[in-house]
Design a protein around this ligand. Structure first.
Ligand code: BES
Ligand code: MN
Ligand code: ZN
Length: 500
């Protein structure tokens, strides 16, 4: 997909479709839509009068121009109430509109930066939302489908039209939107890939390629090196699989100082069968996506490398399968994590917190200032919050406030969960320092409290993305399958941290 920004008059633009926006409750057309309406001999204003165009959010009306304009169609996209306009609404409406146009054979679209100037929406933010909407909304994963039939059409070109004056700002926003959406789509590709393709080795190879292309430093620790570092928790999970585990570390150096900066840790379980505490068969295929946190941090650091903020970032992805081999970890076993803490295994299906324990110890040893981890950690988080928002857990309110703000900016919703000390009791073990399951109540919180023991005093936020990493429907900028959450949030966060 090519995204370009031009200065000019929308009524002169040649494209298969021109997209314009319309708000609810508006009767009179003004500006660009009025100019288009005039060229179309009042077709748009007639549809408004007749009530076909209401401006409801995500409403799409196609008007054919029948040679009256250089463009073949004018598409009126509803944006809802003007007073409630946000980048997220623009992102979603553009996505829905482009998806509606795709099967009609439309290959090129043009639009004015929708909503710029309204509700304080800057031209940058508007162009960014348009670029993200197109790229995220049109994403598909067809790599393993050999039939060409039923292939949806393809929109190959998007032109954003503005005035000479705002063109540089539109360009800046469009480029940022492109980088963010490409990061999310990269994460989606990794998550959608089945586990027989996306093994820990393949995940490490992907990281190596990305590092080469974006000038990142990389080290991939093998089993022997993990053993030398004492990563008993990670290796405990890995011992049930034939696939060699990989501990992937990517460094972005944006600051001239030596300080290690921010660690982004992502759970990298390339398939979670539950291990000996095996999962029920229903929906187990979704567990190919148990590396969504790892994919998101990997994608985020490549976007960061493209945007070049002045801050150092390290992405850490402990990658392994969780399978029930003859050598597998067993309930009752006791493991020793890198920092020396002992862990009693109650369920081998609570493997995420085990690999994250060693990753947190590793990040602390690097001396990072902040840690944010993303993990498809608990089914309990889906019970608590559904698929609407990610759960956030922290030992530092000021940091989680920034993470939530970064999520709002991305349209990736986040809700903070309580971390009262009282919950810690549930993780107490009779035979080790801690146990890996804290009983039935508050499962997402006790999992986070387990991680908190390993985060120690380092300001840390844990994002439980079990509910938000996969979508079961096409909606706004989301399509069925992987969402790429929270890649864009993490990029926004790092940009915000670099600004201070
Ligand atoms: N990967 C799962 C969590 C999960 C479940 C993610 C459903 C997405 C959809 C995690 O490793 C897990 O199995 N957690 C257990 C923990 C339990 C044994 C304490 C769970 O949530 O059931
Ligand atoms: Mn599990
Ligand atoms: Zn898991």
């Amino acid at each position: 997909m090519e995204i370009k920004v031009i200065a000019g008059d929308i009524t002169k633009v040649k494209a298969d479709a021109i997209i314009v926006n319309f708000f609810t409750g508006r009767r009179k057309l003004d500006g660009d839509i009025a100019a288009l309406d005039k060229a179309l001999d009042g077709a748009i204003s007639q549809l408004v009068r007749q009530g076909e165009i209401k401006g409801k959010l995500n409403e799409v009306t196609v008007v054919h121009s029948l040679g009256k304009l250089p463009a073949d169609r004018v598409v009126v996209a509803g944006l809802g109430k003007k007073a409630e306009l946000s980048p997220n609404k623009v992102r979603g409406a553009v996505a829905e509109t482009c998806r509606a146009l795709r099967p009609k054979g439309v290959t090129s679209v043009a639009t004015i930066a929708q909503g710029a100037g309204i509700n304080g929406l800057s031209p940058e933010a508007a162009a960014q939302a348009v670029a993200e909407g197109v790229l995220l909304g049109l994403y598909s994963f067809r790599k393993h489908i050999t039939s060409q039939k039923e292939k949806p059409g393809e929109i190959k070109q998007l032109t954003i039209v503005g005035s000479d004056r705002v063109k540089p700002r539109l360009e800046k926003g469009a480029r940022k939107g492109e980088i963010l959406a490409e990061a999310a789509n990269l994460a989606r590709d990794m998550v959608n890939e089945p586990a027989n393709y996306m093994t820990p080795t393949r995940l490490a190879e992907t990281a190596t390629k990305l590092a080469r292309n974006h000038g990142l430093e990389i080290s991939v620790l093998e089993r022997e090196q993990m053993a030398e570092l004492g990563m008993g928790a990670m290796l405990g999970v890995a011992q049930g699989s034939r696939q060699p585990p990989k501990f992937i570390v990517l460094h972005y150096k944006g600051s001239r100082t030596k300080e290690p900066g921010v660690a982004l840790i992502g759970k990298g379980i390339t398939f979670d069968s539950g291990g000996i505490s095996i999962k029920p068969a229903e929906k187990m295929e979704d567990m190919k996506g148990d590396m969504a946190g790892g994919a998101a941090v990997m994608a985020a650091i490549t976007a960061i490398a493209r945007l070049k903020p002045k801050i150092n970032v390290v992405a850490i992805i402990p990658a392994t399968e969780n399978l029930p081999d003859g050598n597998a970890l067993k309930p009752g076993d006791i493991l020793t994590a890198m920092g020396g803490k002992t862990i009693e295994i109650i369920s081998t299906d609570a493997e995420g917190r085990l690999v994250l324990a060693d990753a947190l110890d590793y990040a602390k040893k690097l001396g990072v200032k902040y840690i944010v981890d993303a993990a498809t950690l608990t089914g309990a988080c889906i019970i608590a919050l559904g698929k609407v928002c990610t759960g956030a857990f922290t030992n530092r309110q000021a940091l989680v406030d920034k993470v939530i703000a970064a999520g709002n900016e991305a349209g990736e919703l986040i809700w903070q969960m309580p971390m009262y000390d009282e919950y810690k009791e549930q993780n107490k073990s009779d035979v080790a320092d801690i146990k890996n399951v804290g009983g039935r109540g508050a499962g997402a919180i006790t999992a986070a409290q387990f991680l908190a023991e390993f985060a120690g005093d380092t300001p840390w936020v844990h994002l439980d993305i079990a509910g938000t990493s996969l979508s079961d429907k096409e909606k706004a900028h989301l399509v069925k399958g992987a969402t790429g959450v929270p890649a864009r949030t993490l990029v926004n966060l790092v940009l915000a941290l670099a600004k201070r």
